[in-house]
Ligand binder design. Structure first.
Ligand SMILES: [Zn+2]
Ligand SMILES: [Zn+2]
Length: 172
């Protein structure tokens, strides 16, 4: 299902998608949009690149001051989503991992949508998905996932995490 057309049509499609995303604003969110950025970053580093992040590295990656990072890290720690040890770095808890995977599932399903429907390149799709993933509801993401045949990898070849409520039909 590829879409090629004039730029106005692209914009129209994008506005439609945005509208749907806002419509489905999820009630299950218990982290802020800013905190979500940290969870995604830490998960990618910890589990997909096997590096432990120190606050200075997080500050550099997100373009914020180390003091800001410390504050957010403390909040995430209060929410039991990560542990912070001085000199060692941050580490996600089991709950933190689950939350990060939920966010990255949304991110990667949106990437699949943008590359397939709008012919976006992987990088562009990733950039746009980063702006929207937090706001997309579970049901919206599952609907897109189903529409694209439950993809297992995203356009940047990372795992699309599964959702227990979004299953491939057996034999199909
Ligand atoms: Zn991405
Ligand atoms: Zn991706």
């Amino acid at each position: 299902m590829n879409f090629r057309g004039p730029i106005e049509d692209h914009k129209l499609y994008f506005r439609k998608i945005l509208k749907i995303c806002v419509m489905f604003l999820s009630a299950e969110i218990n982290v802020t949009e800013n905190e979500a950025k940290y969870l995604k970053l830490i998960y990618r580093e910890q589990y997909e690149r096997s590096t432990k992040l120190k606050t200075t590295a997080i500050a550099r990656a997100l373009g914020v001051r180390p003091a800001t990072v410390t504050e957010v890290i403390q909040n995430l720690s209060k929410k039991k989503l990560l542990r912070y040890r001085r000199y060692y770095g941050v580490e996600l808890t089991k709950e933190g991992v689950a939350e990060a995977q939920k966010l990255l599932r949304k991110h990667r399903i949106l990437e699949v949508l943008f590359t397939n429907l709008l012919n976006y390149g992987a990088q562009e799709a990733c950039d746009e998905a980063s702006k929207l993933d937090y706001h997309a509801s579970r049901s919206l993401i599952n609907a897109i996932c189903q529409a694209y045949g439950h993809p297992k990898i995203c356009p940047c070849r990372k795992i699309v995490f599964s959702d227990s409520e979004c299953k491939r039909q057996t034999g199909g």
